[in-house]
Design a protein around this ligand. Structure first.
Ligand SMILES: NC(=O)c1ccc[n+]([C@@H]2O[C@H](COP(=O)([O-])OP(=O)(O)OC[C@H]3O[C@@H](n4cnc5c(N)ncnc54)[C@H](O)[C@@H]3O)[C@@H](O)[C@H]2O)c1
Length: 301
């Protein structure tokens, strides 16, 4: 996608941080933006800021884990602005603590918002984007934590690995509909994510972690040094223009990623250790793929 003027963008988490940066940058380029967020205070402030810039904005209070509400938000968006060409699944939450202390509620909240929210965004909008036939682009926000994990942010990283995988698969699925798909993998952004706990729902409140004001203050300090959300959104815009899959505009990520990938490459045996096995497996796979393509064509057209 080259020209953003007049396009409709739906942004989850659009009322704060990275999502609000996207609303400002894409709105500034002429998009009509829907900001969908669970926090009404964030929505009110963000809508006022965007209107002040002359951006066409429509705020919707939405919990992205609520599938029926997501469908209603998609209907409302089409009623107000028309069909969506740009979908940003940006909303996310984080919590840190020793992984072995995590409860089912910790898993359900983080996976539900970070991965489930992206699934719900795709399920709500992909069929509509295919049906309108105008093409478009989807950006799912993962994290540098989509490539590496440690105990502290363990559930968060697992949710972002899942977003990474789903987004890669969806890029393959949607290429034939002229819908580009990218995964945004930030390292540190200047946002309000330290306050995530404020959006944790009561029915998932049994936590193995203790998040107190000191921790929130310390996290705020780290994120206060992060990339400005609008700067990050400009990287996103540049990536969409060239239909780039990975959006990872952090030079400091290189060393850590090299280590991760090298660790994987180092355990792969050389080709000459198993030529017969390689040939056998490649033939079987090629046969399966060819047969599968014929079957899929008959089943799905
Ligand atoms: N801040 C960072 O350093 C950083 C780094 C890597 C990835 N990320 C990712 O960036 C994305 C945006 O986060 P941010 O840093 O801008 O944080 P943020 O807290 O400033 O913004 C996230 C917004 O999502 C909303 N939200 C939370 N739960 C929701 C729900 N269930 N339904 C709808 N909205 C909900 C919040 O109310 C908030 O307005 C997240 O996916 C996060 O994981 C952030």
């Amino acid at each position: 996608m080259e020209d953003f003027n007049g396009k409709v963008a739906f942004i989850t988490g659009g009322a704060s941080g990275a999502g609000l940066g996207q609303a400002k940058v894409f709105g500034g380029a002429g998009c009509k933006v829907v900001i969908a967020d669970i926090r009404q205070d964030h929505l009110d402030q963000a809508a006022a800021q965007l209107k002040e810039r002359g951006i066409a904005v429509h705020p919707i209070r939405l919990d992205i884990t609520d599938r029926a509400a997501f469908a209603r938000a998609a209907d409302e968006t089409e009623r107000v602005f028309g069909p969506v060409q740009l979908l940003f699944n940006t909303a996310g939450v984080s919590i840190f603590g020793p992984l072995e202390r995590a409860t089912y509620d910790d898993y359900d909240w983080i996976m539900g918002v970070n991965f489930g929210g992206v699934v719900n965004g795709m399920q709500s909008f992909v069929p509509r984007m295919i049906a309108h036939g105008q093409g478009g682009h989807i950006v799912n926000t993962a994290s540098l934590g989509a490539f590496m994990a440690g105990s502290g942010p363990g559930i968060y990283c697992a949710s972002k690995f899942a977003v990474h995988g789903l987004t890669m698969a969806m890029r393959d699925a949607l290429a034939k509909y002229d819908i580009g798909v990218s995964v945004l993998c930030p390292a540190n952004i200047k946002t309000n994510i330290a306050e995530s706990i404020k959006t944790r729902p009561a029915h998932l409140s049994h936590s193995g972690y203790t998040v107190d004001e000191d921790e929130i203050r310390a996290l705020h300090e780290i994120y206060s040094q992060g990339m400005e959300p609008e700067e990050l959104a400009r990287h996103v815009m540049a990536a969409i223009r060239v239909n780039q899959f990975y959006i990872l505009p952090y030079p400091e990520a290189r060393e850590a990623l090299e280590k991760v990938f090298q660790q994987v490459l180092d355990v792969i045996p050389p080709l000459e250790t198993d030529p017969e096995g390689i040939a056998k497996r490649a033939t079987a796979m090629a046969r399966y793929i060819a047969a599968r393509q014929v079957q899929d064509k008959a089943k799905y057209g």
